[in-house]
Design a protein around this ligand. Structure first.
Ligand code: NDP
Ligand code: HSE
Length: 432
């Protein structure tokens, strides 16, 4: 007889119901692999009357998540409710009660990971979070375990399925932003508050978790540079295309020679020839470069019911195995080799700058003069003939410069009388 492990599922929405469905579907396989038998004892939801696409026995449903913690037959609680304050308090209580915890809540871990893992260590309970970064891609396991013998040199990732879906639909189908977002919401990819998807913060939460794992200290969200895709237009996508680039919401995590860590999430121009440029739709990809392993690439669905529940099931098996043969591992290994983030202003890259300018002689010379005075070199210029209202777009590709310097120069340009619309400044990544 296999040992039975009781599960409390907090949340039965897109991911929670997927976990239940797939646990039923692949239960025999999972139990063979884990060597234990899993039984869902309670499911917490907000509203018992809510119609459910996935069926589960009615008697399992409760509306008070603490019933999961109070049930002595539950050893593992799976938090899939979303939000921050409520699940934080819930997870704290679960850890205090000695329950193993699984969560897919990247916002919570990015903001409160340090405190959760310190408490888990003190109470000697395990916390698992494979689904929190890049949905079905097993990147947490890879960075934490498979690359344990490496210094991580850099990680570049497409971490938000919703914004990648929107950019892909804008590129391939010429769709506007709003209908593309609506499609992503219908498909269950977007967060309850989709602002987090499009403003870059969902990807930033994932980048913070991964950077923290890769470099052994909890990265402070205040030190992360975050821009969303809201200001990227169909014209920017076309200009980038003409120049040989795609625009993607890229998370860049990099250690510099002094061990300072840069964490940045921004719509970024990447060469069409780079493999990340071909990652489309809801797919995520993560390129990790380690000093021993070299370049690696992970690709898969970054959101949605089944890919995300696949990652939760992986955590479940790990949690089950850990409960049947305990070891001193709590999911996060802090160390002192790194410990500081690079100031955003010092991050160096090439840049894409789109200006709306008056269509008259001398304007280009003024712009070039202002950039020259700021010691910023121009690599190339596109000035399409078509007008946008009263002005014309001017697109410049600029040589490597620190972001702080570029921002100051952009503000100087924005103040010129010949510049008629808010400039758009985008990072470019050459992956060197
Ligand atoms: P949903 O909004 O689809 O589901 C949330 C579930 O939690 C619902 O069943 C809801 O109950 C329940 N719930 C919410 N608050 C409470 C509460 N106070 N008490 C009891 N139950 C509550 O969210 P998702 O499944 O999309 O996301 C869950 C988590 O997984 C989030 O942290 C999200 O960021 C993360 N995630 C989501 C992915 C995705 O593709 N959707 C991918 C990776 C991570 P009711 O059904 O009654 O409303
Ligand atoms: N809203 C997220 C996304 C879900 O679109 O990637 C996966 O974390």
């Amino acid at each position: 007889m296999k040992k039975e492990i009781g599960i409390g599922l907090a949340g039965f929405g897109t991911v929670g119901s997927g976990v239940y469905k797939n646990l039923v579907r692949n239960g025999a396989l999972i139990e063979e692999r884990a060597g234990v038998c899993f039984r869902v004892r309670r499911i917490a939801v907000k509203d018992l009357a809510e119609p459910r696409a996935v069926e589960a026995p009615e008697e399992l449903f409760v509306t008070r998540p603490d019933e999961l913690i109070e049930d002595p037959g539950i050893q593992i609680v799976i938090e899939l409710m979303g939000g921050i304050d409520f699940p934080l308090a819930f997870i704290r209580r679960a850890i205090q009660a000695g329950k193993s915890v699984i969560t897919a809540n990247k916002a919570l871990l990015a903001e409160h990971g340090r405190e959760i893992f310190e408490l888990a260590k003190e109470k000697k309970v395990a916390v698992f979070f494979e689904a929190a970064v890049a949905g079905g891609i097993p990147i947490i396991k890879a960075v934490r375990e498979s690359f344990v013998g490496n210094h991580i040199e850099c990680i570049h990732g497409i971490f938000n399925g919703t914004s990648n879906y929107i950019l892909t639909r804008m590129t391939d189908a010429g769709l506007d932003f709003s209908p593309a977002l609506e499609e992503a919401q219908k498909l269950g990819y977007a967060e309850a508050d989709p602002a987090l998807d499009v403003n870059g913060w969902d990807a930033a939460h994932k980048a913070i978790i991964l950077a923290s794992l890769a470099y052994g200290f909890w990265v402070d969200p205040a030190k992360v540079h975050v821009e969303g895709i809201e200001n990227v237009t169909a014209s920017d996508i076309r200009f980038a295309d003409e120049l040989g680039y795609r625009i993607k919401l890229i998370a860049t995590i990099k250690a510099d020679d002094e061990g300072k860590i840069e964490v940045r999430v921004a719509p970024t121009l990447i060469p069409k020839s780079h493999v990340l440029a071909s990652v489309n739709g809801v797919f995520n990809a993560v390129a990790v470069r380690g000093d021993v392993v070299g370049e690696t690439l992970f690709y898969g669905r970054g959101a949605g019911q089944d890919p995300t529940s696949s990652a939760v099931l992986c955590d479940l098996v790990e949690a089950g195995i850990a409960l049947s043969s305990p070891k001193e591992s709590h999911g996060f290994a802090a160390h002192d080799l790194y410990g500081d983030c690079k100031p955003v202003a010092d991050s160096v890259s090439k840049f894409y700058l789109r200006l709306g300018v008056e269509d008259r002689p001398g304007v280009l010379a003024q712009i070039a003069g202002a950039l020259g005075a700021a010691d910023i070199g121009i690599l190339s210029v596109i000035q399409p003939e078509s007008h946008t209202g009263e002005f014309i777009s001017l697109v410049l590709i600029l040589h490597d410069a620190p972001y702080g310097k570029m921002l100051t120069a952009t503000k100087t340009l924005a103040a010129l009388p010949c510049v008629k619309s808010e400039p758009l400044l985008l990072h470019m990544e050459t992956f060197l």
